[in-house]
Design a protein around this ligand. Structure first.
Ligand code: F3S
Length: 389
């Protein structure tokens, strides 16, 4: 890989041990994936922020680092709402450790926005190079915005954030962003519910693996695309997908997909995932809610009373922008938490069964929370949270 003189100097340790270590990570990655050079990035998003997932070893490693990030950088959700953690019944010992992790990242200059929806915070444009690590954010950036990021691990995203560059391989190259498999929804559908797109992603992701799918037969809106990509990334390892006539690169490049393998999906196969098991709690906001989703939840909840715990997750910035919707949700008994989510927080481990409207949560909740999971539409989730009210 060709390095500029200033990059060689960092690698030689001339700007400190941490920057040297970070450059070593980027160069090693670049060599493995045959990158020709490093490209400057516009922003970074770093996973491995919840104490529940990185534990003591991760915290110790972070505490040894001594450098500042070079580009705007935010964190993935952490294990608790940084302000309302007591309301989440988070123990004092966990809260203290989580604060240590957050402080270690803050010392590196990382903004304490903890969200899997950085695209609601940073202006991210078509063609921007990024180093994001949360899988749903990566799928959204690549597919919905047409920005370019590989699915970074926590350390490689942090290395890119500190150096301000990433090796140019994989999805940073236009020629590696072409569709590799077709997902065809038999009989055109007109779904208006994110949960159905999430269920589709959950269903198709395991078949598609890490290939780039080209989806035909759906007309999703932005929040639907968010749900679809998150689930494709969770049950498979999809980092980029195209939807015919909808996503930017599908419209610009008008790909010829005639020779590709086709995965045919019947709408009934998706509807059959919507099960009816009894649940103890309801959790919405995976990925974190948009302002429109908070407004929708508030509208569905208005005038009713929550009878089983209703958790809603969104970034702090989106919550601050959505004061009316949030006030309405809380007035009727729901709780809107920032900084964290149903999967990376230990708060939901107390429940035996959780209802969600997300295909990604459907894939992750059983392992990460040890709970059974039921997926339904947002309206069905609110019905479940207010049953008997
Ligand atoms: Fe985001 Fe947590 Fe879901 S990080 S995508 S809300 S599992």
């Amino acid at each position: 890989m060709h390095l500029l003189a200033e990059e060689e100097a960092i690698l030689a340790g001339e700007s400190g041990e941490t920057r040297q270590q970070m450059m070593e990570i980027l160069v090693a990655l670049g060599k493995v994936f045959s990158a020709d050079r490093l490209v400057p990035i516009r922003s970074a998003q770093v996973s491995g922020a919840s104490y529940k997932t990185i534990g003591e070893a991760g915290l110790e490693w972070l505490s040894t680092l001594d450098a500042r990030v070079s580009v705007p950088t935010i964190l993935n959700p952490v294990g608790m709402d940084r302000v309302r953690w007591r309301e989440m019944e988070i123990g004092q010992a966990f809260a203290r450790k989580q604060e240590d992790v957050i402080n270690a990242y803050a010392r590196l200059g990382i903004k304490l926005e903890c969200t899997c929806t950085p695209y609601y915070i940073y202006q991210t444009r078509f063609g921007d190079h990024l180093a994001w690590s949360e899988s749903s954010a990566v799928a959204y950036a690549n597919s919905v915005i047409g920005a370019r990021t590989n699915r970074e691990g926590g350390p490689s995203a942090l290395a890119a954030a500190i150096i301000g560059k990433t090796p140019e391989y994989g999805l940073h190259r236009v020629e590696e962003r072409k569709p590799q498999i077709v997902i065809r929804i038999d009989r055109a559908t007109n779904w208006e519910e994110s949960a159905l797109y999430g269920a589709l992603g959950y269903f198709a992701g395991s078949e598609v693996g890490d290939k780039i799918p080209y989806v035909q037969g759906i007309r999703p809106k932005r929040d639907h695309l968010k749900a679809l990509g998150a689930a494709l990334a969770a049950s498979g390892a999809v980092a980029l997908f195209h939807v015919e006539g909808i996503t930017p690169e599908a419209r610009i490049f008008e790909y010829d997909v005639g020779s590709l393998e086709v995965l045919s999906v019947e709408p009934e196969e998706i509807l059959s995932l919507m099960n009816r098991i009894p649940v103890d709690a309801v959790a919405l906001g995976c990925p974190h809610c948009s302002p429109e989703e908070l407004t929708e939840i508030a509208g569905l909840l208005e005038g009713r009373r929550v009878t089983r715990p209703l958790y809603i997750f969104a970034s702090r910035k989106v919550i601050e922008k959505s004061t009316e919707a949030v006030a309405c949700i809380e007035r009727y008994g729901g709780r809107v938490f920032a900084d964290t989510c149903m999967v990376v927080s230990p708060a939901l481990e107390q429940y035996g069964a959780i209802m969600v409207n997300s295909g990604k949560a459907l894939a992750y909740v059983p392992n990460m929370c040890g709970a059974a999971v039921r997926i339904g539409t947002t309206e069905e989730c609110i019905n479940s949270a207010t049953e008997g009210s």
